[in-house]
Design a protein around this ligand. Structure first.
Ligand code: PMP
Length: 352
């Protein structure tokens, strides 16, 4: 071993979903939105010029913060923005999970949480979901260094009722509870409504899914002004200019177009509900997802093999080789036409 090697921070990195080079691929593997961003984003993009790029962006991203605050019905001091919610979540781990006690998150959940915990050397414990893939709230009523879970959960799509989310927050007043709401716009009520009651709550959302802007990398946290100040102190100790000016400008345009947001999210919800019926008719089993994906299994199809067969046909879905879910596939809800192609393939595949 070379001498410097013992001082390298070793990590097992998160593996993002594949971005196929073939533009004709049907991409149902990374929970992107099949519809383009708001036309207001397109318009704002046309008005962008190169000259202002010689300057640093506004480090507070105030325009964007104000637009999100307006949409969420909170004060601008309650919003923290970052480079996708991954950036916001990573900074939140670094900022709030420092007690040395294990933080808690479910055994089946977003597979970045254990990576950040390992990276920052935060101990963690993972209470198992029950057999219906639900979070058991009582498992979180014990001494811990903080709590994080997605709602709806990923990759299961299962939504926890807001009353249960509140019960977990109420039982954990001594630590920060982060509710990762990457998929909340596709079903369910946001925990933002609980912020007035609980100063230990941080809600994290993203422009990547319901706002169709995964490529722009915009995420945000909503919390009380003290928590947001703590996050900003850490951000300014790391990278003051995390948000680039283009993301700030285009994100602001997206945040202000509430009508378009409503229209596209309703379209995805309608396609999801129709897809559920057709998948059930084909014999797939899945929890009643409230997200923009279904997490499915089939008695007579092995998930790994189906994944490869789908890929061969140009249809990309996501597979996690992890305990309890190795026979499941996560399928993003695309357009109606994309789902029809998927269903046609599955019909043929199951008849083999
Ligand atoms: N949280 C969850 C539960 C997710 O599935 C994702 C998407 N991979 C993210 C956060 C991060 O999304 P982004 O960084 O694009 O906002």
């Amino acid at each position: 071993m070379r001498e410097w090697e013992s001082n390298v921070r070793k990590v097992v990195p998160y593996v993002p979903g594949e971005q196929p080079k073939d533009q004709r691929a049907i991409k149902l593997n990374t929970n992107e939105n099949p519809y383009p961003p708001s036309p207001m984003v397109e318009e704002a993009l046309r008005e962008l010029a190169a000259e202002p790029m010689r300057r640093y962006p506004d480090s507070a991203a105030q325009q964007l913060v104000d637009a999100i605050a307006k949409e969420q019905g909170v004060k601008p001091e309650q919003i923290f923005v970052g480079v996708g919610s991954d950036d916001v979540l990573a900074l939140a781990f670094l900022t709030f999970f420092n007690s040395g006690k294990p933080i808690l998150f479910p055994d089946i959940t977003y597979s970045f949480y254990d990576v950040w915990a390992d990276l920052f050397r935060i101990p963690y414990e993972c209470p198992p979901l029950n057999d219906r893939f639900e979070i058991v709230k009582e498992d979180y009523y014990r001494e811990n260094g903080g709590v994080i879970f997605p709602n709806p959960n990923a990759p299961t799509g299962v939504l926890m009722p807001l009353a249960e989310v509140e019960a977990i927050i109420a039982h954990n007043r001594k630590v920060i509870v982060i509710v990762d709401e990457a998929y909340i716009d596709f079903g369910g009520s946001s925990a933002v409504s609980l912020l007035e009651k609980y100063d230990n709550l941080l809600v994290v959302q993203t422009f990547s899914k319901s706002r169709s802007m995964a490529g722009m990398r915009i995420g945000y946290a909503v919390g009380n002004a003290d928590l947001i100040r703590c996050l900003n102190d850490v951000k300014y100790s790391f990278n003051s200019y995390s948000m680039n000016q283009t993301a700030i400008t285009l994100g602001t345009a997206a945040a202000l177009d509430h009508t378009y947001f409503e229209k596209t999210r309703q379209k995805i919800i309608a396609t999801r509900e129709r897809t559920k019926k057709e998948m059930a008719a084909l014999g797939f089993r899945f929890a009643d997802s409230q997200a923009n994906f279904l997490f499915v299994t089939h008695e007579s199809a092995q998930a790994g093999e189906l994944l490869e067969a789908l890929k061969e046909a140009g249809i990309y879905v996501r597979y996690f080789k992890r305990p309890r879910i190795e026979n499941y596939l996560r399928i993003t809800i695309g357009t109606d036409e994309e789902m029809d192609e998927l269903l046609a393939f599955l019909r043929k595949y199951l008849k083999r």
